[in-house]
Write a protein that binds this ligand. Structure first.
Ligand SMILES: [Zn+2]
Length: 299
């Protein structure tokens, strides 16, 4: 096994790990225009991408997430960069790897491909599998230790991404879904339960499972969701990376409501509910991660 993967798994067995916070919203704070592909900055503004990684490392994050969320050929094609999958993902992984050194582990980030699979959409499973595998291979080549498949709504798509990561040689794969509140409990946008989503990615080979982002979920919801995730994780470690509330547009600026103090106060509750990795998603900042780190048990 890759020694960095081995050291990650050993650390995770020993203590809960602190993830990092949002990448996209941080890049927007330092000049990325909304609607522009942040992945392009891996080659045009590498210093600014590394500023974000450095801020999270300094904040105490154990895990740095590559700036490659929209790095499939499908999403990049929407920005005229569909042929640059290898280049942009390789660069993204290298940027995080350089900052992480041996002080943090690098999560190679894979987000949704941005469409719907057949029969709801036009993309075939085979095509999407190829796209995920291309991305995963470049992330691993660039030095990602672990592949993070995140913000998934469709279990079939998540399964394709997990299998692609495995096929590309990932020795550790994390898979997280984004859930929302429904009358019947927490569900993906597609209506899938926590039990069904986790069972699907675990069968596909996910080592660590959980939730990130989410629509209209409070931190209290996230604590309850964590307990439900833990109950259906079949013994696998659980990761939770909440967004900092729902985005609100105020005077032309996108604001998030959940403060660093609120995130910090939730950390012991997440850990008690069964989370083994806690980080943040959209709207969370290095300040959130600093505050959260103070609530982690001392190593
Ligand atoms: Zn998010």
């Amino acid at each position: 096994m890759n020694p960095r993967v081995a050291s990650f798994l050993a650390a995770l067995a020993r203590r809960p790990l602190l993830g990092d916070g949002a990448t996209g919203t941080q890049l927007q704070r330092i000049g990325l225009a909304p609607g522009v592909s942040g992945e392009l900055w891996n080659t045009t503004q590498p210093d600014r991408v590394q500023l974000v990684h450095s801020a999270y490392l300094a904040a105490g994050a154990d895990l740095l997430t590559t700036n490659t969320f929209g790095g499939t050929s499908y999403v990049l094609a929407g920005h005229g960069a569909g042929a640059r999958v290898h280049e942009l993902n390789l660069a993204g992984a290298r940027l995080a790897r350089e900052i992480a050194g041996d002080r943090a582990w690098v999560l190679g980030d894979i987000g949704p491909f941005g469409g719907m699979l057949e029969p709801l959409g036009e993309a075939t499973a085979d095509e999407v599998a190829v796209a995920f595998r291309q991305q995963a291979a470049a992330l691993l080549e660039g030095g990602a230790d672990i592949i993070l498949v995140e913000t998934m709504s469709d279990p079939a798509e998540a399964v394709l991404a997990v299998q692609a990561a495995r096929g590309a040689g990932a020795e550790c794969v994390i898979a997280t879904f984004t859930y929302q509140q429904s009358a019947a409990g927490y569900r993906t946008m597609m209506g899938n339960t926590v039990a069904d989503t986790l069972a699907a990615v675990i069968a596909a080979g996910a080592d660590i499972v959980g939730a990130n982002c989410g629509t209209e979920l409070s931190l209290d919801d996230y604590v309850k969701l964590t307990a439900e995730l833990a109950a259906h994780a079949a013994g696998r470690p659980v990761i939770v990376q909440p967004n900092a509330g729902s985005p609100r547009l105020v005077h032309g600026k996108i604001l998030y409501d959940e403060s660093a103090a609120q995130f910090a106060a939730a950390v012991p509750r997440f850990l008690a509910a069964g989370a083994r990795i806690v980080g943040g998603c959209c709207g969370s900042t290095p300040e959130h991660i600093v505050a959260m780190g103070k609530k982690f048990p001392k190593a």
